[in-house]
Design a protein around this ligand. Structure first.
Ligand code: ZN
Ligand code: ZN
Ligand code: ZN
Length: 378
């Protein structure tokens, strides 16, 4: 479980009011949020990710209701005026309770991570269709993205604090305080995880450690591979702190890097900086990808950059907007996203460089300031 955010009742009232404005614009009659981040974003409560239904029911007009298992009701911090509580008992049918609360809506927006079983059961009450007899189902992102992608000042401060905590672990790596040679990737991953917690994170979301040829696999799972002299080590780690995520990638080299590695890293460094510079209001999300990719392609490494340049970040480690070719969504002030190009030569080595950036009216604001160089331990 992640810790809840420090947002207060007024923030939630404002967010629900803005969600209702979007619902009115889009013709959405009811918003149904269960497991996932939309729920704590709107009302401060995070559902237990278990089989019993928790659901915030937000009609466009009328009061919001949190339908919750009676045994979990004591976990709820009351938010006067934000929502009413409707606890259900073990012998009740909670989906029927949700259906009775609102009556059949014309359009229902449902959370991405609501369990499929609840949606299937809901379809029994409100069959899918359009017009007089059916309900049209849409993703809650249609309502929530306009709110959640534009981080407010408190959210940006939370991202900065999480980024600074991750930076401190990166600085420990660069200072040689995290032993590498002779340890397994899994041991180093556990060490980094402990340091993320020591620096203030509430949970660790991932700590990728990939040595040598393993670094060519962007989502490598750290294992029993022993780290040796003369190879690159890619680390990509992050966690959640006060409800908001960090995510940073740095590489180090154990010894003197061969010319091909040093040359590729110089290109990567330039590409990452170009991606950050493109993260400005007025550009589109795909412009960030294009700016980073152009530098890598022009240097002849295009075929070795095998993923999008970045992802949005906030309460979730990966969320909208995505920095990918084809996403012509304009970058807006408050958009928070990673810029993380990579170069991966299968079977030999890989490298990636990642910072989190927030677009502001004054330009891109980086959440990470750790050394961007390929730090070498000679
Ligand atoms: Zn990833
Ligand atoms: Zn990362
Ligand atoms: Zn990332």
């Amino acid at each position: 479980m992640t810790a809840s955010t420090s947002a207060g009742t007024l923030t939630f009232l404002d967010r629900i009011a803005r969600a209702r404005e979007v619902m009115a614009d889009r013709g959405v009659d009811v918003l149904l949020l269960s497991v996932g981040s939309d729920l704590p974003y709107l009302c401060g409560y995070e559902a237990m990710p278990l089989e019993r239904l928790t659901m915030l029911v937000v009609p466009r007009d009328g009061d919001a209701t949190l339908v919750i298992p009676r045994l979990e009701a004591p976990r709820v911090t009351e938010q006067p005026g934000v929502f009413g509580l409707r606890p259900w008992n073990e012998t009740d049918d909670p989906v029927a309770i949700v259906a009775e609360l609102v009556g059949r809506p014309g359009v229902a927006a449902v959370g991405d991570t609501m369990w499929a079983r609840f949606l299937v059961e809901l379809l029994g009450h409100w069959p899918s269709g359009t017009g007089a007899t059916g309900t049209r189902y849409v993703r809650s992102t249609e309502v929530m993205n306009a709110l959640r992608t534009r981080k407010d000042a408190a959210e940006i401060a939370a991202l900065q604090a999480a980024g600074a905590a991750a930076d401190r672990v990166a600085a420990q790596l660069h200072a040689g305080e995290i032993p590498l040679v002779g340890r397994t990737e899994a041991q180093v991953s556990a060490d980094i995880s402990a340091r993320l917690l020591a620096e203030g994170h509430d949970v660790v979301n991932f700590a990728i450690v990939a040595a040598g040829e393993n670094a060519a696999s962007p989502h490598h799972h750290p294992g029993a591979r022993v780290i040796r002299e003369g190879e690159i080590v890619l680390t990509d780690f992050g966690g959640t702190m006060a409800g908001y995520c960090s995510d940073i990638t740095r590489c180090v080299f154990l010894g003197d890097p061969p010319a091909e590695v040093a040359e590729a890293y110089a290109v990567l460094h330039e590409a990452q900086a170009a991606g950050v510079r493109a993260g400005v209001v007025g550009n589109t999300c795909q412009d960030v990808d294009r700016a980073a990719r152009r530098v890598i392609a022009d240097a002849g490494y295009g075929e070795y950059f095998i993923h999008r340049t970045g992802h949005g970040i906030g309460m979730e480690a990966h969320e909208d907007p995505y920095m990918v070719e084809g996403n012509d969504q304009p970058i807006e002030a408050g958009h928070a996203f990673s810029v993380e190009p990579g170069i991966y030569v299968a079977g030999r080595w890989g490298m990636r460089l990642e910072d989190i950036v927030v677009a502001t009216p004054d330009g891109p604001l980086s959440m990470n300031h750790a050394n961007h160089d390929l730090v070498c331990f000679r």
